[in-house]
Design a protein around this ligand. Structure first.
Ligand SMILES: *Cc1c(COP(=O)(O)O)cnc(C)c1O
Length: 446
């Protein structure tokens, strides 16, 4: 256990965080891209990301065959990028904030198959594992048409193996659905905060769901232990996995292509500012990392976490990484944002983002439902509460002294921000059942 009181005394931002106040942590160790380039490439290189991209392309015929919803994208799992000017206006009017530039929603909330950002990393890792097994056993070569992986013979082959994962919900859904489609046996270890409808949906796909009364870290630890004891079992490790990270990082080049299609320019004069809801750090970390590789100093990546569970913020601000736990700071870890309820962050992500991420905003739970209603009303779009955390970023960028100072130091003047693109990264929502939407829309928290 780390000495939290020392950090609370020394660092006024950590004090605010421990007081569960909404705030922003600005990363004092952010470095110019060129300075970080060498070390970063040593850990996760551009070639690694390109390899992940290629692998997803190889699997596209399989995905297209198993999931007809991906027909339009030829088996690639990619989300729309949409303008949300009415939401920008609604936020400005409701909160008295200012959101300059072109305001957009990256709708990973509506990714095919898993209905969340986990359709990037989670699905990628399962595909990579399946490919590794099939290649090793001579059942597949990289030049094959991967559509054959949906044949009964291959399903029987994968049926000899188990995939396990610990999850607050959405990761379990992406791993569970894709593993089941390939024929794997799947066990998802779920924490107490996981929503009932997610457990029900998984069970309906033949996934074994094991429930824990404890939080996410415990579900992961137990899942890892059980999996390690079984030589035919593979554990998807959200707290450490580089494969998950690579699956998320692929998003960046695809976003660049979407910008090009829409005639959007990103350069020093037209910066890109991105806000991504963060749990253990893997998804926002991988996406941010990929964005920095592509857009370098022209992109500013901000994370957003619940005031009741700011684990990545604490891991980075204290440099205690995975040893930081919100409970040590007197924070409950209990949040309506079930997808963000990770008491300790990923050690891998908090380290690799150390010089890349611009900062981390915290948001109170009650705002999540207010944002949810505002987006529904202004744009007719629905994203789940965890996902709504993203809106706290653009709303607060010019409100906190810390983030205003960040803008001043990085040349983000009023004029430059007016030419910027600001993206709220929506991370989940498409699979939420109708009756749960009604519940969300009617939820008010003090
Ligand atoms: C998983 C998830 C996140 C955050 O991803 P991490 O890898 O846990 O940081 C954000 N939003 C939603 C809806 C998620 O499911």
């Amino acid at each position: 256990m780390i000495d939290a009181s020392k950090y609370i005394q020394q660092n006024p931002t950590i004090k605010e965080v421990a007081d569960k106040k909404e705030t922003v942590w600005i990363n004092p160790d952010l470095l110019p891209f060129a300075v970080t380039d060498g070390v970063c490439q040593l850990v996760v290189s551009d070639a690694d990301i390109a390899d992940a991209e290629e692998r997803l392309r190889r699997f596209a015929p399989f995905i297209r065959r198993c999931f007809p919803e991906t027909e339009a994208t030829g088996g690639l799992i990619e989300s729309p990028l949409e303008d949300i000017p009415a939401m920008g206006k609604a936020l400005e009017e409701t909160y008295g904030c200012s959101i300059p530039g072109r305001f957009m929603l990256k709708m990973d909330s509506h990714l095919a198959i898993a209905g969340s950002i986990k359709a990037r990393g989670g699905i990628y890792e399962v595909l990579k594992h399946a490919e590794d097994l099939a290649l090793a056993e001579g059942k597949l070569t990289e030049s094959d048409n991967y559509a054959k992986l949906a044949d009964e013979e291959m399903k029987a082959f994968f049926g000899r193996y188990t995939v396990q994962v610990g999850s607050t919900g959405n990761l379990g859904m992406s791993i569970g659905i894709m593993s089941a489609a390939l024929g794997f046996r799947v066990k998802v270890h779920m924490s107490a905060d996981a929503k009932q409808w997610k457990k029900d949906l998984l069970r309906s796909k033949g996934v074994e769901v094991i429930e824990y009364a404890d939080d996410y870290s415990k579900a992961v630890a137990e899942g890892r232990r059980l999996s390690d004891a079984d030589p035919t079992s593979y554990f998807v490790d959200d707290e450490k996995s580089v494969n998950l990270f690579l699956g998320y990082a692929v998003a960046a080049k695809r976003l660049k292509a979407q910008f090009e299609e829409k005639g959007i320019v990103v350069d020093a004069d037209h910066p890109l500012i991105v806000y991504i809801p963060t749990g253990v750090g893997g998804a926002p970390g991988g996406v941010s990392y990929g964005l920095k590789r592509v857009f370098k100093d022209d992109v500013h990546c901000f994370l957003v976490e619940p005031t009741q569970c700011p684990s990545v913020l604490l891991g980075m601000a204290t440099k205690e990484y995975e040893a930081a736990n919100v409970h040590d700071f007197g924070i409950s870890g209990m949040t309506e944002a079930d997808g963000l309820a990770c008491a300790s962050p990923s050690g891998f992500v908090t380290r690799i983002l150390g010089n890349l991420v611009s900062g981390d905003f915290t948001v109170a739970d009650n705002k999540l439902y207010d944002y949810l209603r505002l987006l529904d009303k202004s744009e007719g779009k629905r994203i789940e509460p965890s996902s709504c955390a993203a809106f706290a970023g653009p709303c607060s960028l010019l409100s906190y002294p810390g983030s205003r100072d960040y803008c001043a130091r990085h040349g983000l003047t009023e004029e430059v921000l007016g030419r910027s693109v600001q993206i709220a990264w929506a991370t989940g929502g498409r699979l939420v059942p109708a009756e749960v939407w009604e519940e969300y829309l009617a939820t008010y928290i003090d």
